[in-house]
Design a protein around this ligand. Structure first.
Ligand SMILES: Nc1ncnc2c1ncn2[C@@H]1O[C@H](COP(=O)(O)OP(=O)(O)O)[C@@H](O)[C@H]1O
Ligand SMILES: [Mg+2]
Length: 375
């Protein structure tokens, strides 16, 4: 167990690192951010920041030596870098988990090997594999890079055989992965956290709605049958144990039209779809993560409220900020990013409802229309 005033090293300087650093500071820890871009959002709230490349051995070595434990908010540091960090300090979650989650093929193989259902998939190595995918999944199917995808980047929908070859050459690096396009009833996610003693806690299951492949809204609780919610949580606990996870992990899932659960992807870090926990839970995903990586006890991941989380994306949503601040009941969070580029996650808003009284679809839409209306 790390004592107060110890320093947690966080690889990555984005909003997830920023909110982790704030949670760490509440528990009396210091944070040291490693970022490859200048003035990272997390650096604004951390005790120290190192700016340097994630594959520079000297940078990694001096960063590791300056901290007491290392964690991530960004999982795409290469294997050599992880090994170097791990040779100097404890790294949570471990390099083995990062490697699995960095690669969609390793990830789906791990899940399937542990009896966790995923979308049907096929490794794509050459142009002729397109026909195999078409035969296996029908059209349309989805072609994705195995690495470095986020917010729907690195993906193409293949509507007919003629579209395959161009997409195959555009998406890099190879191999790629083809996935059956799931006709889902809804998308959900669950945050699961596990500590060094094998204590596992899961937050409630959230329902996610995407716009242009970027998370737009999260609703809590997910509007699915309670027994399905429980199955999703049990799946997450099984996965956390199978990975020997230390830290928090987000699991993204589809619920298909027959009520079948399929895992889409996993992320061994705090997750955008867990931001609702910041206001609807006594202990949020960031504190849970910090507790897990510092060896503190993990209390149950309870919530006291239902909630809606709305992402603030790009200049359009940033323009709403004064109105958000002026509206009672809207709890705003901004990430300290200077320029609101289209598609960029600038912040989010949480709206709370008493436990068990999440409004229906119309109520939520009406509330958001109010936010976007001009008067
Ligand atoms: N196989 C699939 N079937 C249906 N929709 C999909 C599929 N894969 C991805 N999507 C949609 O695209 C979104 C982003 O894809 P995802 O694989 O989660 O990549 P990332 O979040 O890394 O960009 C998903 O949340 C989902 O809405
Ligand atoms: Mg995703």
């Amino acid at each position: 167990m790390l004592s107060p005033n110890s320093t947690i090293g966080i690889v990555g300087g984005g909003q997830l690192g920023r909110m982790s650093a704030v949670a760490a500071s509440r528990l009396g820890f210091k944070t040291h951010i490693l970022s490859d871009i200048p003035d990272p959002p997390a650096g604004q709230v951390a005790s120290h920041t190192t700016i340097g490349a994630y594959d520079d051995p000297q940078i990694l070595e001096s960063f590791a030596n300056a901290v007491d434990v290392i964690t991530f908010e960004f999982e795409n540091i290469d294997a050599k870098g992880i090994d170097l960090l791990s040779s100097i300090r404890l790294v949570h979650p471990s390099g083995h988990i990062l490697r699995i989650s960095q690669d969609r093929i390793l990830e789906k193989s791990f899940l399937n090997d542990h009896d966790i259902p995923t979308t049907k998939w096929l490794k794509i190595e050459q142009p002729s594999d397109g026909e195999k995918a078409g035969a296996k999944f029908g059209y349309p199917f989805i072609l994705k890079t195995t690495r470095l995808g986020y917010d729907g980047k690195g993906q193409a929908v293949i509507h007919n055989p003629d579209e395959f070859e161009a997409a195959f050459h555009t998406l890099k690096p190879h191999p790629l992965i083809a996935e059956k396009k799931v006709d889902f009833a809804c998308e959900v996610s669950v945050m699961v956290v596990r500590n060094i003693h094998g204590v596992v806690q899961t937050f409630d299951v959230a329902e996610n709605q995407h716009k242009n492949s970027i998370l737009d809204l999260t609703l809590i609780p997910a509007r699915i049958q309670p027994d399905l919610r429980q199955q999703v949580q049990e799946l997450a606990i099984h996965l956390a144990n199978a990975l020997e996870l230390i830290g928090i992990l987000g699991v993204e899932l589809f619920i298909d039209r027959d009520g079948k659960i399929l895992v889409n992807e996993i992320a061994p870090r705090p997750h955008n779809s867990g931001h609702w926990t910041m206001n609807a839970c006594p202990i949020d995903q960031f504190e849970m993560h910090i507790r897990a990586v510092t060896g503190l006890p993990l209390p149950p991941a309870i919530r006291h409220s239902d909630a809606v989380m709305k992402n603030l994306i790009g200049p359009e949503d940033m323009a709403l900020w004064p109105k958000i601040m002026a509206t009672p009941g809207l709890i705003g969070h901004l990430y300290g990013k200077e320029i609101a580029k289209p598609g960029r996650k600038m912040g989010h808003v949480n709206i709370l409802f008493p436990y068990n009284s999440l409004p229906g679809e119309f109520g939520i839409r009406a509330m958001l229309q109010d936010l976007y209306s001009k008067e």
